[in-house]
Design a protein around this ligand. Structure first.
Ligand SMILES: [Zn+2]
Length: 621
């Protein structure tokens, strides 16, 4: 029996990711998916190499740091690949995943473990973290697998994997927070999510009990993070441990636990946690962490100039997109869909290695690799491709990284949230040229056709073809960045504010809706109290952040761009032959009378070298 992750099996979700809704797009998402298929999913050798880690159990060998978390790679990539395949339904790619899943089943040892660590060194470092990803990878694959026999095998294997852990960890046994010296055990506690999901798959109470045990620990040793989130007095960057990605993973698990138990305190804790992230931790490009990979009050630090370390990790971008999609489903608050598009069009698309730049390691002798995703994204002037996050090597001296593995899940979020179902109709969260097949509340088929150049143009035409005339509600997301939006339905035009515009109507075949989102270039100033708040400004056109790229504009120079009293910049779309891969390029005027060109942030910096040094935050002085 496959768990219905998406279909509403309870009434605890305000808005539902619905497996009955299928979407097909031909814009940004299509481009991202094609890139991931070609540069990752079809790499059969990579899948084999990742499974081999579990057959050899050498992850902890010699305590070399660069082999200690290879066991996260397989499950992380399988989860993302399965999410992408849920969208593409590509048969040949499916076969590649199926082969790898069967290969992984054969990696289970005689004790029922699928671990990269040997028994004598297990439950250390990133062992539980890796086992979590194995189970999640299998669970996400099951959602695209129609092979009941294989699914049964997967559940049986996951039960053996989980039982081995439960027998040894828990009250009166090994403390889960002692199963890693990193982050007070926060990484180990994130195994909560697959444990809850396994309970949903099997109905076996012992997995739920184990989930309760993890929750009772509060995720770290020195404080209870769930209580901190519930109390809502401090923000995540003020917690004793601030590792962004691991912490969000724990709260993703807590939300799953809420769905099966209905304990309201946990819902409140998750919602508080999400809101505090939005308020404190999200940068202009939609990522978090301006000190390494940590929550650190990003909203204030994103304009720092005295820190030369890595910032804005792709694992954080993608985990945030996933958590935001879960928060959207839980709350029905369109602000989370706004967050997802901000991350998707900027930090996420920017991290794609579209020019296939090969990488090495500055200190370790390895075979050069082309990884599909970059790990860190610049905010103030810097180059892309600075370092491989989560760098780990294999026996053949090749390597891979954490962010490269997680990448696919980011694109995989989009079709899940693009159009969601509500009790009274459907909600459209994502606009891209394409079509959507959905069901009305009465169970009739409805086809939506979206005609738009969004996110590069604000006109979105949606035709709604219903099988039979029926009254239901269509919710259209009006992004918060837009202060001038209009909706026309069959000739009647109205001005609408941000949030969901609610259209209740007896829909008939051939009805059309026009959503017009005005998107002039707007100046964004750092929030009050931000570092260098008087020096920097960013520029956004709709959801697209604009950047200076050294190939056309010096990102280190003073770029005091002329704007009116409302922060609106006069725009002239121009060509940019120096950067062939760009999506948009605008010439804007400076206060000194000169003009410069800015391109979309996601296309900036793509040579991963000094020649395309780039910046999202531009110096005004
Ligand atoms: Zn990473």
């Amino acid at each position: 029996m496959v768990e219905k992750r998406i279909k509403g099996t309870d009434n605890r979700r305000a808005m539902k990711k619905d497996t009955d809704i299928s979407v097909k797009y031909c814009g940004t998402l299509a481009e991202a998916v094609r890139f991931i298929e070609r540069n990752q999913i079809c790499e059969v050798g990579l899948w084999k190499k990742f499974v081999k880690v579990f057959k050899e159990h050498k992850d902890a060998e010699g305590e070399v740091w660069y082999t200690s978390w290879r066991s996260e790679f397989w499950g992380k990539m399988m989860r993302g690949a399965s999410m992408v395949l849920a969208y593409t339904q590509n048969e040949s790619m499916y076969k590649i995943l199926e082969d790898s899943v069967r290969d992984m089943l054969s990696a289970e040892d005689e004790l029922g473990r699928i671990s990269g660590y040997p028994v004598e060194r297990e439950f250390q470092q990133w062992d539980l973290w890796g086992r979590k990803y194995v189970m999640l990878g299998m669970m996400y694959f099951m959602e695209i697998s129609k092979d009941e026999a294989l699914n049964k095998e997967l559940v049986a294997s996951m039960q053996r994997q989980a039982d081995y852990i439960i027998e040894r960890i828990g009250d009166g046994k090994l403390d889960i927070r002692d199963c890693s010296k990193n982050w007070e055990g926060l990484n180990s506690c994130s195994i909560l999510e697959p444990m809850v999901r396994l309970y949903r798959l099997t109905g076996e109470k012992r997995y739920l009990n184990f989930a309760e045990y993890i929750i009772s620990t509060g995720f770290i040793k020195s404080a209870n993070l769930i209580e901190l989130a519930y109390a809502d007095e401090v923000a995540p960057y003020q917690y004793p441990v601030v590792m962004a990605y691991e912490m969000m993973s724990c709260f993703e698990g807590l939300l799953q636990y809420y769905y099966v138990t209905g304990i309201e305190e946990y819902k409140t804790a998750v919602l508080n946690f999400g809101r505090k992230i939005v308020e404190n931790e999200i940068s202009i490009i939609g990522c978090s962490g301006c000190t390494h990979e940590l929550f650190d009050h990003t909203a204030v630090k994103q304009t720092q100039t005295d820190y030369d370390g890595i910032v804005q990790e792709t694992c954080v971008t993608v985990t945030w997109m996933k958590l935001a999609s879960a928060l959207l489903e839980l709350s029905g608050d369109s602000a989370y869909a706004d967050c997802i598009e901000q991350s998707f069009y900027n930090s996420y698309m920017g991290a794609m290695n579209t020019q296939r730049v090969p990488r090495l390691h500055e200190k370790i002798d390895v075979v050069p690799q082309i990884l599909p995703f970059d790990s860190y994204s610049p905010l103030v002037a810097d180059t892309r491709g600075r370092r491989v996050g989560g760098f780990n090597i294999f026996d053949d001296n090749t390597f891979y990284g954490c962010c490269a593995c997680i990448g696919a899940a980011g694109a995989g979020v989009i079709p899940e949230i693009a159009v969601m179902s509500t009790d009274d109709g459907i909600a459209i969260n994502y606009y891209e040229k394409g079509s959507v097949a959905a069901r009305t509340p009465a169970g009739n088929d409805v086809i939506l056709t979206l005609n738009t150049k969004y996110p590069y143009d604000g006109r979105i035409e949606i035709s709604i073809d219903t099988q039979v005339s029926e009254e239901f509600t269509v919710y259209l997301r009006v992004p918060a960045w837009c202060d001038d939006a209009h909706i026309s339905v069959e000739g009647r035009t109205e001005s609408v504010g941000s949030g969901y515009a609610k259209l209740i109507r007896e829909w008939q075949k051939g009805d059309t809706v026009m959503l017009e989102l005005s998107m002039p270039i707007k100046r964004v100033l750092p929030q009050e109290g931000a570092l260098n708040e008087d020096i920097f400004a960013a520029y956004r056109r709709g959801p697209i952040v604009l950047a200076a790229d050294k190939r056309v504009t010096d990102p280190d120079g003073v770029l005091d761009i002329l704007c009116d009293g409302n922060g609106t910049v006069a725009e002239r779309e121009v060509c940019c032959h120096e950067i062939p891969e760009h999506e948009v390029c605008f010439e804007v005027e400076l206060t000194n009378g000169k003009s410069v060109r800015l391109i979309d942030y996601a296309s900036s910096g793509k040579t991963w070298a000094d020649d395309s040094r780039c910046a999202a935050w531009l110096r005004r002085k």
